[in-house]
Design a protein around this ligand. Structure first.
Ligand code: KIV
Ligand code: NA
Length: 279
């Protein structure tokens, strides 16, 4: 498979072929996503929760993101990789954002960065893109701002809310984003926004009218214990947690009963050597 570039993404968009994106947070999760033919891999700051056990994304820091980006980059041969700028690493000034974005390219070894926010982030996006670093926008529900948004709420559910999503999307497009993540907005709104843009939208909880889709890998593959809350938009394509649990429980049982290791799992020694040794 050929390396996916911005040119590849552009031609998928022009053909109207949906762009596929999934998160990865380490070598194995990136390896399988790349093999499965994903167009893009996102090292999302959702790794704060799914890989580091944090309460939300506000806790994860640049150095932690960079460690995960590097491990993902090592496994990714074809997909276009994007790293999420964590909260606090880009909002202060365009200069700060560019410095962080450069670290993601040089140390994280990803090909682009993602940052949350609309109109107010336009100068920042411009600063980063003029340095030759591709920026993926993110509007609608922006989890890093959950405290200001009053929680994880669907955005654009009123005409003025929908207008804000559209204006934010147009502003970050104008600032130079190569694509925009649209999170948790009504499907009809996402469709209209997508039609009004000239760059791809990557939807998550934004319906089927976007130019592509993204999901958090551990969510879509069911790699979590039963009973965990999942947003409405997540489709569970696998049951990895149950399979891991089954395997580890079976291993535990077989160790306890001495069923494992069996003779085929052991190393032989020549009989005469053993006799000498055992004397
Ligand atoms: O952090 C993340 O995984 C994301 C995607 C859900 C878009 O930002
Ligand atoms: Na994120």
């Amino acid at each position: 498979r050929k390396k996916v570039t911005l040119g590849t993404l552009r031609s998928l968009y022009k053909k109207g072929e949906p762009i596929t994106m999934i998160t990865a947070h380490d070598f194995p999760s990136a390896h399988v996503a790349d093999h499965a033919g994903m167009d893009m891999i996102l090292v999302g700051d959702s790794l704060a929760m799914v890989a580091l056990g944090m309460e939300d994304t506000s806790e994860v820091i640049v150095e932690e993101m960079l460690l995960h980006c590097r491990s993902v980059a090592r496994a990714t041969k074809a997909a276009f990789t994007v790293g999420d700028l964590p909260m606090g690493s880009y909002e202060i000034a365009p200069q700060q954002a560019l410095e962080t974005a450069i670290r993601f390219i040089k140390e994280g070894r990803v090909q682009g960065v993602k940052l949350e926010g609309g109109k107010e982030m336009a100068p920042t996006i411009e600063k980063i893109t003029t340095a030759g670093i591709p920026v993926l926008g993110h509007v609608g529900l922006t989890p890093q701002r959950q405290n200001a948004l009053g929680g994880f709420r669907v955005q654009g559910k009123t005409s003025s809310g929908a207008m804000k999503v559209l204006e934010d999307a147009l502003a970050v497009q104008e600032a130079g984003c190569f694509a925009i993540v649209l999170e948790a907005v009504p499907a009809e709104v996402a469709s209209i926004v997508t039609k009004k843009l000239s760059i791809p939208t990557i939807g998550i909880g934004a319906g089927n009218g976007c130019s592509g889709q993204v999901l958090v890998q551990v969510d879509m593959m069911g790699n979590f214990p039963p009973g965990r809350f999942l947003p409405k938009f997540v489709k569970k394509y696998g049951d990895v947690w149950s399979e891991s649990l089954r395997a580890i429980e079976t291993y535990r049982d077989e160790v306890k009963t001495r069923e494992y290791p069996a003779p085929e799992h052991t190393y032989p020694i020549p009989k005469e050597e053993l006799e000498l040794f055992a004397e």
